[in-house]
Design a protein around this ligand. Structure first.
Ligand code: PLP
Length: 397
């Protein structure tokens, strides 16, 4: 295969593809790494151990991270439950609420374009007898608030709608959803894995009761995240999904991962400090990328331009096979067609199908995830390679 040959050739030259898959994951920022390192070695204390200085210093470092993360979403530090990431946070929120409140009702509302870490727990609850409504989206990826209102029943316990979509970057109207949930006394969960650090998140203003977060989409380490759980008006109850020690108020047992939590806190801190420069810069790169792609012809934007993440651009390309295109691009540019976890499968993205894209156009999609370290030269080189690949594929028939 031509791509494999090139990969081998470029590999021997020590050249690696330009990384534009920042929605799958991001590299750890050097400052974040520096903050974490002492907690792997010199400061090994167990934060639950209050008997000696090693335990205290670990606990103090976790307190700082917890305060930083809470402040970033306008929450109280006690409302932050550390988990292994957003997958676990989503599971804890959805299954934890279902189990704690099932005597009040057994209905959940979510959306067809959610991440699998929301959809799969919902399907699991269906197997236990819960009823789940999967709201559709319009051609840009937004839910219809009237459809949401019609979906509520007296049995509805929870609404779960993501803040920012991980494939097309679309931002759902959280404040409008939050108000409708609060009016009806229904809990509102949002998966904000992609949104943290990219858009303002205020759990008070948005009337969010549970919010899933993760560090590795934000230049923090993999394997750490958090669930925000409202403790006041209403005080949310959860059934723990891990049983063991008393950590995290008994809601999530297990020794806290001090180095990872310190890294998570440092990543959030850095994102806040850099927001004013990073966000306009990412929009600038996205604009440059889009203009370059448009000039190749027959390119469609998946999602919405206005209400979207600054670091995400998803396009469909007419007249080419998506998998062949990716294979010809891979040696030069690392990106994906959709969610990282499903990019190996030939089935088109469930998100693009929900927008009404044809399976052919859905398969011929490219998802760009820009980083704060991406340069204009990276964009131009990527455009050159992608342009060449598309031209060859369109003319090889
Ligand atoms: C990445 C991602 C997840 C999974 O997060 P992990 O921390 O890798 O478990 C969940 N939801 C969305 C929207 C994501 O982008």
């Amino acid at each position: 295969m031509r791509g494999d040959c090139l990969r081998g050739f470029l590999g021997r030259l020590g050249m690696r593809p330009i990384y534009l898959d920042g929605l799958a994951t991001t590299p750890v920022d050097p400052q974040v790494l520096a903050a974490m390192l002492p907690y792997f070695s010199d400061r090994p204390g167990n934060p639950s151990n209050r008997g000696h200085a090693y335990g205290w210093e670990a606990a103090a470092a976790i307190d700082v991270a917890r305060e930083t993360i809470a402040a970033a979403i306008h929450a109280h530090p006690e409302e932050i439950i550390f988990t292994s990431g957003a997958t676990e946070a989503n599971n804890l929120a959805i299954k934890g609420v279902a189990e704690a409140y099932h005597s009040r009702g057994r209905h959940i509302i979510t959306v067809q374009t959610e991440h699998n870490a929301v959809l799969a727990p919902c399907r699991y609850l269906e197997s236990l007898g819960f009823r789940v409504t999967y709201l559709g989206v319009n051609e840009k990826g937004f839910i219809d608030l009237a459809e949401l209102e019609q979906a509520f029943t007296p049995e509805t316990l929870l609404v779960s709608v993501m803040a920012a979509n991980n494939e097309i970057g679309v931002l759902q109207p959280l404040a409008e959803i939050g108000r409708r949930c609060r009016d009806r006394g229904v809990l509102f969960h949002t998966d904000a894995a992609q949104a943290l650090g990219k858009i303002p998140l205020d759990v008070q203003a948005l009337q969010v009761d549970l919010m899933s977060l993760t560090a590795h989409k934000l230049y923090g380490p993999k394997g750490i995240g958090a669930l925000y759980v409202r403790r006041d008006r209403p005080r949310v109850q959860l059934a723990p999904q891990l049983h063991g020690g008393p950590q995290e108020q008994g809601w999530r047992s297990g020794t806290l991962a001090t180095p990872l939590i310190v890294g998570f806190g440092a990543a959030v801190q850095l994102a806040q400090e850099r927001q004013a420069t990073d966000i306009p810069y990412l929009w600038h790169l996205k604009e440059r990328l889009w203009q370059g792609l448009v000039s190749l012809g027959d390119i469609y934007l998946n999602g919405d331009w206005q209400q979207s993440l600054p670091n995400c651009l998803n396009v469909s390309i007419a007249g080419v096979d998506g998998n062949v295109l990716l294979r010809s691009i891979y040696p030069y540019v690392a990106l994906s067609t959709g969610a990282a976890c499903s990019s190996e499968k030939p089935t088109p993205s469930h998100v693009l199908l929900a927008l009404g894209r044809s399976p052919t156009l859905a398969r011929a999609s490219l998802r760009f995830g820009l980083l704060r370290t991406t340069t204009e030269a990276d964009i131009d080189t990527a455009l050159e390679q992608i342009g060449r690949s598309i031209w060859q594929l369109r003319h090889s028939k």
